[in-house]
Design a binder for this molecule. Sequence first.
Ligand code: PLP
Length: 286
Amino acid sequence: MSRVAYVNGLYVPHAEAAVHVEDRGYQFADGVYEVCEVRGGRMIDERRHMGRLQRSLRELRIVMPMSLGALGVVLRETIRRNRVRDGIVYLQVTRGVARRDHYFPAPDTPPSIVVTARASIPAKVPAPAISGAAVITVPDNRWDRVDIKTVGLLPNVLAKQAAKEAGAREAWFVRDGVVMEGGSTNAWIVTQAGAIVTRPAESGILRGITRTVLLEVANRLGLTVDERDFTLDEAFAAREAFISSASNVVVPIVSIDGKTIGDGKPGPVARSLRDSFYDVAEFARK
Ligand code: PLP
């Protein structure tokens, strides 16, 4: 089946989907994105992802390319045309196409919008969710505004490639001994006392939608949650560790920088959060 992408108003064959060479996303990483899980053909947490998209755009003073309603139609149509039942839908908005110049282009320059969707292995729990995964740590060399979901991801790309080359699934950014987040996931630990700890999201990390939902899941399960900084040393000494994102949901971490975490096996807290995730996540209408 051939894939289809939505590019600035048109559904085009994926192989031919292209933006202009002077797109500001291409030249300046002047744009934002969202990744939403699709399950049973329905978007997970569309409302929250669209809320974060609007915030990211507002922070960068890029206008919404279309109404939320119209965007919902485009997202659904891209999912439908690609026959995605289980997978992800990707949305990117940039400040549009203009002669290369650092200053913002004329206010009437339309933003560029691209939507793609792709299937993952249908309804299969990924192997790392069962067996656990490894992370490495890297110094956090990113800019201050990582709370905005921009396409400027070069430090994340380099960190994740380093992880891959080290045989790990993710890289955790560490700043002054504190674990911030992963290259494309939020970071969590469970202390020996059984408290779930994740860093506050007011600044310094992306406020993951999965993170927000998991905090609610943990509350409903009556688990103790502590939103506070945790150090790498605390992570080494943790009973459990795990990562979260829309495309991973929850993946247990069984080693950090080659050191075994807990008993080296996925723990019960990560498992129960994963098992209850869809009780709290919102399934959008088809
Ligand atoms: N942190 C970073 C840097 C990310 O890129 C992502 C997702 O792409 C996340 C956290 C997790 O966010 P979400 O749960 O909304 O997928």
